[in-house]
Each structure stands twice: as C-alpha cells, then as structure tokens.
Design a protein. Structure first.
Length: 251
C-alpha cells in the first residue's frame, strides 16, 4: 500500500497535468471500483472541470469545479496512468506492464477521458482500490478521513502531540502507535522503520517507555524521513513509481 510520500508524488504529477481540464466521459468497467452510479457520474462528474488535486494521508482527491470530490485509494495494486492525446504517458502506482502497455487492459477499472483527448486510467489488478464521489463539505466527515490524525509535516503534529499519543497507547509497541493513522496520517511500514532507526528506538519498545528526549528524537526523525521521502519521489522499494514517469530514488 502506498505511503503518504508516494501518494503526494502522484498528486503533484497529476496536479501539473490535469488541473483545469474538463472531463468529457467516464467509462466505469468495474462498478465496485467506482460505485457512485451512472446517473450520478453523468450528472456530477462528466462535463466538470478539475479545480485541484489534493491529498489527505494516503487518499488522493480530485476536486471538481461544482464542489464534488472524487476520492481515490490505490490500496495494494492501484495505478493512475495518464495518457496524453499525443501519446505521452505519465504513471503512478503499483508497477506492472499496464504502465507501458496499450490501455485499457484487463486491469483497467475506470477511464476518464478529457475534452483535450487526454485519458486518465484507474487500473487495479486485485480490485481492492476504490473511487468515492462526495461533496467537498462532506470529505472531512467521511468515515476514513474523519479518523485521521494530523499529517506529520503539518503544524499540528508537534512534539507535544506525539508525546500525548504515545502516552495514550502506553503499552502498545511504539511502531504500532505511529502506524495508527489516527495518530499520524500517511505513515506506512517503511517510513515507520526508517524513522525509528534514525531515532535509535527499537520498534517493539512500549510507547509509554520512551523518555522525553527519545520522543523529541522520534518527532524530528518522522518529519525528516517524510520530508526526504517526498523530496526524492517516494521509495522505489515500496514498488511505486512516480507520476512523472520515473522511479522514486529514496532508498
């Protein structure tokens, strides 16, 4: 599953290419991937201009000019592949032949065609990924989003906040606490391990056993590792390539 830096890399690539584009058609080839229904998609998505591409934790969001938001979760094998009208291709997500082969293919679940002739393919081999259509005002109340803690790089993710979360789950392993998306949004297994290693804290340590100095080190390490992950395009070890067509170089 992609971690925050991978999704942020995809977001930035798509933002540069599809913001301002108008969606002409939507072809849903697997209903469970985008269960909004054909009537709602035709009325609320088709003909709409993309106003922004945003992210919350591991959820990518395409915001429409009419106040609707398409929330995307890639899960384990999801891909976003943008094929421009001139054939140029940009891909982000789980690497497979679909990134370079003619599309749609057997993994394609939804196809967005823009008035420009560009096409955005949502591919997902294992069919665990999803697209959800919600009003912008309802995004924060979505069951997944509502339980998310602050982003590690947000101002709200202070050392004091982290200390409180560790104390609240004092008996749990520290790695489990920072992986809990209600404690900190966007952290996955790789970035948790890297952060704990940088902070010189064993992942199995009880969260409540950390000293004030260790909490401070962990807070700094989390921010440093997430910043580095985004700067280097995500980690290629997680099997994600960025939406500008290259692998992340963070190792």
């Amino acid at each position: 599953m992609p971690e925050g830096p991978e999704v942020e890399t995809i977001r930035r690539g798509l933002e540069a290419k599809i913001t301002g584009q108008t969606i002409a058609t939507v072809n849903v080839q697997w209903t469970k991937s985008f269960p909004a229904g054909s009537e709602a998609i035709q009325r609320l998505v088709m003909g709409q201009k993309i106003s922004a591409v945003t992210r919350r934790a591991k959820v990518l969001m395409i915001e429409l000019a009419n106040g609707q938001v398409m929330m995307f979760h890639l899960k384990m094998t999801g891909q976003m592949v943008l094929v421009l009208a001139d054939g140029e291709r940009y891909a982000g997500g789980h690497p497979s032949e679909s990134m370079g082969d003619p599309l749609p293919d057997k993994s394609t679940r939804v196809v967005f065609t823009f008035e420009s002739g560009d096409q955005l393919f949502f591919n997902d081999q294992r069919k665990f990924g999803w697209i959800k259509l919600v009003e912008a005002a309802e995004v924060g109340r979505d069951a997944l989003v509502a339980r998310l803690g602050p982003e590690v790089l947000d101002a709200a993710f202070t050392g004091e906040y982290l200390a409180a979360q560790l104390a609240r789950h004092a008996k749990a392993p520290v790695k489990s606490v920072i992986l809990d998306q209600s404690s900190a949004a966007g952290i996955g297994n790789i970035y948790a391990d890297e952060s704990l290693h940088l902070a010189k804290i064993h992942p199995a340590r009880a969260a409540g056993s950390l000293t004030a100095a260790e909490v401070k080190r962990l807070h700094s390490a989390l921010r440093d590792i997430m910043t580095a992950g985004i700067a280097h395009g995500g980690t290629s070890f997680a099997h994600y390539v960025n939406s500008l067509g290259g692998k992340g170089d963070y190792l």
